[in-house]
Design a binder for this molecule. Structure first.
Ligand code: 13P
Length: 251
């Protein structure tokens, strides 16, 4: 059985005040989330603060990105060991905003993936197609290319200690969610692709859906066979919404 994961990607949002309110709300309602593992991924500068606020709860901590190098002259970056120092379990890699706004390639993402795994962090590898790629009918090729960057370098076994998040770029922050069937089709493709290499890894792989998930549409997405939770942007900034998404995994 795959334990569902609902991870909040706060992106570049929040202040000490708003984060305290958000975490207070999450901690208060945590008891109503029975099946899903919850994780929050704050901006790096708030990781230490969030770590101490979440101490004693079962909410996991993640980062939104990491550098592939262990240390050195990389102004503005942070390393895997720095994330480990503050108790991060997860790290989001290859988010479409990193790929499109900051030009990060499949290759660079794969190198970060390896560094994260070697340090014992669980990568949440984001894959997904642009609107024009979906319209051209090349969604599967795009997702396969993004996954192959890891598989070619490390083998499918590398995904055994990772999470994949399918985030169609056209659904991110647009209010336009993929239908459960559209999402399931790509999730099944991803699992099938991994299964061709390693059936056991494929069966245990958590594949999250991301893109305009809200409390009101989470249950219909999460009931699909190959959808094992969500990577949540906007709705993860509101404790009630985030918890409602977590509760959508309750059986
Ligand atoms: P939204 O939930 O705001 O669409 O963002 C999704 C996302 O990019 C999560 O990583």
């Amino acid at each position: 059985m795959r334990k569902p994961l609902v991870a909040g990607n706060w992106k570049m949002n929040g202040s000490l005040d708003s984060i305290n309110t958000l975490l207070g709300g999450i901690k208060e309602g945590l008891g109503n989330v029975s099946e899903a593992e919850l994780a929050v991924c704050p901006p790096a500068i708030y990781i230490q603060h969030v770590a101490s606020s979440l101490k004693g709860t079962n909410v996991a901590l993640g980062a939104q990105d990491v550098n592939d190098k262990p240390a050195g002259a990389h102004t503005g970056e942070h390393s895997v060991s720095m994330l480990k120092d503050f108790g991060c379990k997860y790290v989001i890699l290859g988010h479409s905003e990193r790929r499109t706004l900051y030009g990060e390639t499949d290759d660079f993402t794969a190198r970060k993936f390896i560094a994260a795994r070697e340090a014992g962090l669980v990568p949440i590898l984001c894959v997904g197609e642009l609107l024009e790629e979906r319209e051209q009918g090349i969604t599967e090729q795009v997702v396969a290319r993004q996954l192959d960057a890891i598989i070619d370098l490390e083998g499918a076994g590398a995904l055994g200690a990772a999470v994949v998040a399918y985030e169609p770029v056209w659904a991110i922050g647009t209010g336009k969610t993929a239908t459960p069937d559209q999402a399931q089709e790509v999730h099944a493709f991803i699992r099938g692709m991994v299964a061709k290499e390693d059936a056991e890894v494929a069966a245990g792989l958590r594949i999250l859906y991301g893109g305009s998930v809200k409390g009101s549409n989470a249950a219909e997405l999460f009931q699909m066979t190959d959808i094992d939770g969500g990577l949540i942007g906007g709705a993860s900034l509101d404790a009630t919404e985030f918890l409602a998404i977590g509760q959508a995994c309750n059986s």
